[in-house]
Design a protein. Structure first.
Length: 148
């Protein structure tokens, strides 16, 4: 039995079809492999620090545990003066919400959202803050001043 092909139907070789599929697959993998920067950047933003610890009576060890080692530290008589500098980040919920929003926008726009989403995450990367802290002889906060 012979199959009659319509006149306008061309023959496609398996090799040509496979080559076209390979190119399409590479293009799709490249788009998805290079995209998602805004999602990743949102998740990796710095954590929100508890600035309420900058209050009289807080022990120096608590500040170091929350903010890391001070940028500078000096003794004036029996009193220590520290300067803490850090990036005030975002809560876990805020970071997760932003990541989900970026992911949804990526899907809805076929990854075109990355053109706007990635620069937005660069701009919203937290605020640099500095505090000067004066302690008593027992390393308890006496006075705090924000430097920025």
């Amino acid at each position: 039995m012979q199959i009659n092909r319509p006149a306008n139907c061309r023959s496609i070789s398996v090799t040509a079809l496979a080559g076209g599929c390979t190119i399409a697959l590479i293009a799709v993998l490249t788009v998805f492999g290079l995209s998602g920067c805004a999602v990743t950047m949102a998740i990796e933003q710095p954590d929100k620090k508890d600035v309420s610890l900058f209050a009289p009576g807080t022990h120096r060890k608590q500040l170091i545990a929350e903010f890391g080692m001070p940028k500078t530290s000096k003794l004036v008589g029996l009193q220590r003066i520290d300067v803490f500098t850090f990036i005030q980040g975002y809560s876990r919920a805020a970071r997760a919400g932003r990541a989900l929003a970026h992911g949804a926008a990526d899907v809805a726009t076929g990854m075109l959202w990355e053109v706007a989403g990635t620069p937005a995450e660069v701009v919203m990367s937290g605020e640099k803050l500095s505090y000067e802290v004066l302690y008593d002889a027992h390393d308890r906060v006496i006075r705090v001043g924000q430097i920025n």
